[in-house]
Design a protein around this ligand. Structure first.
Ligand code: A3P
Length: 284
């Protein structure tokens, strides 16, 4: 069931991590500054990967920062209490992360020149990643089966609501200069450097790639926040689970894939241009 959630403005939030008044405060009162950069994703789209890349770009490939400071201190979450207060007191330029849907994002952003990097991933892989995440943590409810999880996902009855709405609403920004759209399937470090106005030497870029690789990140435990929250239980293996595009094909049945495609086409009809990379394919 959905008992471990509260709903705010149509979006279900896991109650263990979030508070209604903080979501409201971050939307209405939090002041985003012109020099800020925000990493925005729908959960399980490669958030931690992008945080690692951006941090490594800032240190020109030197891994010391990412190996000694946890992700939530390098790039605090806008929508959680402790990190929001950390951000309010932080000197700029700040880096921060968020899973918030467009309509709940800090209003001040829309009057600022701050940058947003949005990562999009094949929603079928997002779904499978979220399914295994749910089964390996006490943060959200443990989905009974992939079949029921697919139904919930298609209705938006999962943490942070509908993938379709999250993606569609955020993509409305794609013509803006302060918005960079990336895809998990085609993560381009050079594009990120250009957007952030950083110029790295080829050997520095090699270091960025090296320390943000799946294997290197698996060895660096600075992304698993269960180390600070005693009540949170996350099997670290599931945060760095497989790290490949297309794993959904090993899990969906043909009927599930067809049903998914049907809903996808209905909901994403007007957004298709940029979703070409996320070609449906079929289960193996
Ligand atoms: P899988 O479960 O498909 O393996 P998020 O950080 O938004 O929660 O996303 C988690 C997903 O990103 C997981 O997907 C995880 O394995 C994948 N991931 C994390 N770091 C990665 C990396 N360096 N390269 C490729 N995939 C990565």
């Amino acid at each position: 069931g959905m008992s471990a959630y509260f709903w705010f403005e149509g979006i279900p939030f896991p109650a263990m991590l979030y508070k209604r008044e903080i979501i409201k405060e971050s939307r209405d009162k939090f002041v985003i500054r012109d020099e800020d950069t925000v990493i925005v994703t729908y959960p399980k789209s490669g958030t931690n990967w992008l945080i690692e890349i951006v941090c490594l770009i800032q240190t020109k490939g030197n891994p010391k920062w990412i190996q000694s400071v946890p992700t939530w201190e390098r790039s605090p979450w806008i929508e959680t209490k402790k990190e929001l207060s950390m951000l309010i007191n932080m000197e700029g330029p700040r880096l921060m992360s968020s899973h918030l849907p467009f309509h709940l994002f800090p209003k001040s952003f829309f009057r600022s020149k701050a940058k947003v990097i949005y990562v999009i991933r094949n929603p079928r892989d997002v779904l499978v990643s979220g399914y295994f995440f749910g089964r390996n943590t006490n943060l959200i409810d443990n989905p009974e089966s992939l079949g029921t999880y697919i139904e919930r996902f298609l209705k938006g009855n999962v943490p942070y609501g509908s993938w379709f709405e999250h993606t569609r609403d955020w993509l409305s920004m794609r013509k803006n200069d302060n918005f960079l759209l990336l895809s998990y399937e085609d993560m381009k470090e050079v594009t990120i450097c250009d957007f952030l106005g950083k110029k790295l030497e080829p050997d520095e870029l090699d270091l960025v790639l090296k320390y943000s690789s799946f294997q290197a990140m698996k060895e660096n435990k600075m992304y698993n926040f269960s180390i600070i929250r005693k009540d949170v239980n996350i099997n670290g293996l599931v945060l760095m689970r497989k790290g490949v595009p297309g794993d959904w094909k090993n899990h969906f049945t043909v009927a599930q894939a067809e049903n998914f495609d049907k809903v996808f086409q209905e909901k994403m009809a007007e957004t298709s241009v940029l979703l070409e990379d996320l070609s449906p394919g079929s289960p193996s």
